[in-house]
Design a protein around this ligand. Sequence first.
Ligand code: KG4
Ligand code: ZN
Length: 324
Amino acid sequence: MAIYDTTLGMQANLLFSQTAIHQAYGGVVPELASRYHLEKIQGVLNDALTKAQVTLDDIDVIGITNRPGLPGALLVGVCFGKTIAWAKNKRIIGIDHLEGHAFSANIDNNIPFPFLCITASGGHTSLYLVHDFGVYETIGSTLDDAAGEAFDKIAKLVNLGYPGGPVVEKLAASQEFVDFFKYPRTHGQTLDFSFSGLKTAVLYDLVKRGAYDMPTKTYLGNDDPDLKAKIASSLLVCIKDIFEQKLALALKKHPEARAISFVGGVSCNKYLRKALGEFSARRGMQFFVPAPQYCTDNAGMIAYVAHYKAQQGLFDDIDLDLVR
Ligand code: KG4
Ligand code: ZN
């Protein structure tokens, strides 16, 4: 839940994290996600109002994520937002979760348009050419798994827990980001990504090293105590190379781009932030990332999009629904 003031900026950006709840299951359980949304949403709203030192009467517009995502969880937010709007006579705007990510680096930065945005999260990996607030073109997206999903699935393969990204980053740092295993990079002259082959490559490499039993789907390890850390390190370098290759191609195809932004849950990763920052600097491009609280899923980025859509007069009616 977030509160954005057009004059003063972000006044509250609160999150009830469900990570610990879903960790036990190795991934998000949709039914549990909806139940906790329902249980927590009113309390988090109260906390956000307190933090921002306002009341509901001070709020003009309610931005509500209505696409894409787990329908049960989205439905809780849509019903809650619409109920307040109806009871308190507020305007509402349905917001695309991915538009939230795409403009999350704009919250604290003045990014020149047009800019290239690489969004990497658990559900999506996309390249956008962003022309203006709310005006952006998808110039590439993943054909299968998302980058964050690759971290999560490969981490699961070797029993590193959920979510995979942060633990992979920590282990990779312990190996100084050396590319031990040289997993295949998906090249090609399109701006689309593909990460499912990477998981298969890691799996076959583990089998070859006698570290994984296919019939029982069990990670066995081998006599190298650093095997997991070396996998993590090689994986991170591989994903960095894939991002850089796609960005280089995007810059070639869209020389009008004036800056690069890197957003989404994966953009928390300090190694990738630094590497892509250096990549941009080598090309004389300005580089932007969101503050950490705006990288992984957050309401702040949704409130931010709602604020500029409200300024553009793009309101929705009270029959707002989920978009599939
Ligand atoms: O944007 P996000 O919070 O949720 C979705 O919209 O999917 O992204 C979550 C993803 C997860 O796959 C997680 O493993 C990844 O972001 N992630 C990271 C890091 N922190 C979170 N990936 C790499 N390095 C990190 N430090
Ligand atoms: Zn997200």
